[in-house]
Design a binder for this molecule. Structure first.
Ligand SMILES: NC(=O)c1ccc[n+]([C@@H]2O[C@H](COP(=O)([O-])OP(=O)(O)OC[C@H]3O[C@@H](n4cnc5c(N)ncnc54)[C@H](OP(=O)(O)O)[C@@H]3O)[C@@H](O)[C@H]2O)c1
Length: 328
């Protein structure tokens, strides 16, 4: 059977441009023992893809030139020679920009009754990332103040709601007034600040009268120094991502280490792939928040495989409103 796939054919120098991809028609293979074929229904577009396109090895191998572009996907098993993944199962795992993929032994079978948006926006990597960055790395205490950059994004919006449920004062930073309004009015953030507006320093000071105990860092950029300057002694900075640097040839310089020393700050980076063992606790917490009506999410869904080529840049322009997905 013929199917469409998108190959990664050139490393970007800075921004992701359409010429780094090539759309091809491929043929589904004859299955070997324990192989199974998945017809994908949705793929996830994530900021991490930009780091996978770089030549430098990171926490996983870069995507090789000529390979189908890597992503996370969900779909249905349509042919199988693996009894653990029978035909008809709904499965999710690391896949590629393609209509059909071979699933791996490490893929998960997901309950068919779970809506795909809940799976991709909450139960999949965004939820585990939020759980690890908040509860394993930052370790909040009720009454503390947390500031979250990239707050209206798939990870940031979950972090804020989890922190709210744990009794923190929650301040979000996002790039449009619409996103800030969503954070305050729909998700219950105590305050949201548009980092593109004026008087950021004064806005931040007004929003954090007791200083900042936790900074959940998703973006980097000029807001980083301003939040850093408000950190309380024994504060924690959970370094989840630095999207403002991903398209730059040279990363922006960071704050001075003097305050890390004198304020006894703990600055800790993490990558979710090192924390799959925490998935059961994360799923338990996320399920309970979802069932209690304390966790809202929104998906920004594009349509058709080719839409991934231009669509991935919505993450960098900030035009995605919620978890960016492609429905195939
Ligand atoms: N450590 C891990 O294991 C892990 C796992 C998943 C994600 N992450 C990281 O977490 C961060 C958020 O990822 P996500 O999946 O939740 O994406 P997302 O927030 O849903 O989408 C990316 C958002 O980043 C903001 N942004 C883009 N360029 C920016 C810039 N130059 N300065 C400030 N903000 C900018 C935009 O929102 P605005 O409109 O608000 O600007 C955009 O909507 C990323 O840095 C990602 O790499 C890390």
């Amino acid at each position: 059977m013929e199917y469409k796939a998108i190959r990664f054919v050139k490393r970007p120098e800075t921004e992701i441009t359409p010429d780094i991809f090539e759309t091809v028609t491929l043929q589904t293979p004859e299955l070997a023992d324990r192989e199974y074929l998945v017809k994908q229904t949705h793929i996830s577009l994530d900021p991490a893809m930009r780091t996978w396109m770089s030549e430098e090895p990171g926490y996983i191998e870069p995507v090789a030139i000529g390979d189908v572009m890597r992503c996370l996907g969900v779909g249905e098993v349509v042919e199988s020679r693996n009894p653990d993944f029978p035909v008809g199962s709904r499965v999710a795992g690391v896949s590629g920009w393609a209509e059909y993929v071979l699933g791996g032994e490490d893929w998960q079978i997901v309950p068919p009754e779970l809506p795909v948006e809940a799976l991709m926006c909450v139960m999949n990597l965004p939820g585990l990332t939020a759980y690890v960055g908040l509860n394993v790395v930052a370790r909040p205490v009720a009454g503390e103040t947390i500031v979250i950059s990239g707050a209206a994004g798939s990870v940031g919006s979950l972090v804020g709601q989890m922190a709210k449920a744990e009794g923190l004062r929650v301040i979000g930073v996002a790039g449009t007034d619409e996103k800030c309004q969503w954070l305050e009015e729909e998700l219950g953030f105590d305050k949201a600040i548009n980092y593109r507006s004026a008087n950021l320093e004064a806005q931040l000071a007004a929003a954090t009268p007791d200083g900042v105990d936790i900074y959940f860092e998703n973006t980097g950029g000029p807001i980083q120094q301003l939040v850093f300057d408000c950190m309380n002694r024994f504060g924690r900075i959970s370094v989840c991502g630095m999207i403002s640097d991903y398209n730059r040839a040279t990363p922006a310089p960071g704050p001075s280490w003097v305050d890390i020393n004198l304020k006894a700050l703990r600055v800790e980076g993490f990558v979710v792939v090192d924390h799959y063992d925490k998935a059961p606790q994360a799923v338990e917490m996320l399920t309970s928040l979802l069932q209690g009506g304390k966790l809202k999410y929104r998906a920004h869904t594009l349509h058709g495989l080719d839409s991934a080529i231009e669509g991935v840049n919505l993450l960098f322009s900030g035009e995605n409103k919620g978890k960016l997905l492609v429905a195939l």
